[in-house]
Design a binder for this molecule. Structure first.
Ligand code: ADP
Ligand code: 5GP
Length: 219
């Protein structure tokens, strides 16, 4: 498989891809991303900054960088974020540095961000690939949120109201995956990530290197 310079020595590496995944809360996005990452260690995960408090089991610097609202505001004011948004009453943001580092190193970077963040990143990185995950139905989304036991009933009602609004953005995304049966949804997500690695934009440098061996011109 042609995934970079390592295997072939002299062959130049392909460019890294930015893959954005958004979904209404409770659709199973965290579950899907966890499985995807476990099966694809080459995929880097963008760790966002947030002002929300950590949930049990979350560690600073692993799921998120947990910061105060004052620190977040300062970082936003000094232009450190490629995108930031307020989601469910808390601030979340992706560092510019994180995007630049991945692109410079030719790494694939997965961004788990909301619909507002997706819009901002697409403006900045037009060839980012985006995936919107859908729950099979409103009723199933409600069941999943209740079964998760991580929110009080009022918070669940708020998430469902926001989910209704977020769902209206599916047409802004490149790919749509319904998370009905988990293994199928994981396979679909894996196939999308794999396909991004073979886009012309990702493979251009590789093709140019090969063309050069034929004495041809750069495209
Ligand atoms: P999100 O990150 O989108 O808020 P989670 O990954 O926390 O959602 O999933 C919400 C709940 O739904 C969890 O209890 C999870 O185990 C469950 N879940 C995820 N995917 C599926 C699926 N395909 N079928 C049934 N339950 C699922
Ligand atoms: P949670 O608090 O449940 O981890 O995430 C809540 C929502 O915030 C999810 O929809 C998640 O995708 C979104 N989110 C997480 N990090 C970022 C970020 O850096 N930017 C934006 N815009 N949204 C984010």
């Amino acid at each position: 498989m042609n995934v970079g310079a390592k295997e072939k020595g002299a062959r130049p590496a392909r460019a890294g891809s930015i893959v954005i995944v958004s979904a209404p809360s409770g659709s199973g996005k965290s579950t899907l991303i966890r499985r995807l990452r476990a099966s694809d260690p080459a995929l880097q995960f963008s760790i966002s900054y947030t002002t929300r408090p950590p949930r049990p089991g979350e560690r600073n610097g692993r799921e998120y960088f947990f910061v105060s609202a004052a620190r977040f505001r300062k970082m936003a004011a000094s232009g450190q974020f490629a995108e930031w948004a307020q989601v469910y009453g808390h601030f979340y943001g992706t560092l510019k540095r994180q995007l630049h580092a991945a692109q410079a190193q030719g790494k694939d970077l997965l961004l788990d961000i909301d619909v507002q963040g997706h819009r901002q990143v697409r403006r900045r990185v037009p060839d980012a690939v985006s995936v919107f995950l859908l729950p099979p139905s409103y009723q199933e989304l409600e069941r999943r949120l209740r079964r998760r036991h991580s929110d009080a009933p009022e918070a669940i009602a708020r998430r469902l109201a926001i989910a209704r609004r977020e769902l209206g953005h599916w047409h802004e995304y490149d790919y749509l995956v319904v998370n009905d049966r988990l293994p199928e949804a994981v396979r679909a997500l894996r196939a999308i990530v794999m396909a991004t690695r073979f886009r012309r934009t990702a493979q251009r440098v590789v093709a140019q290197g090969i063309t050069k061996t034929f004495g041809g011109k750069k495209a």
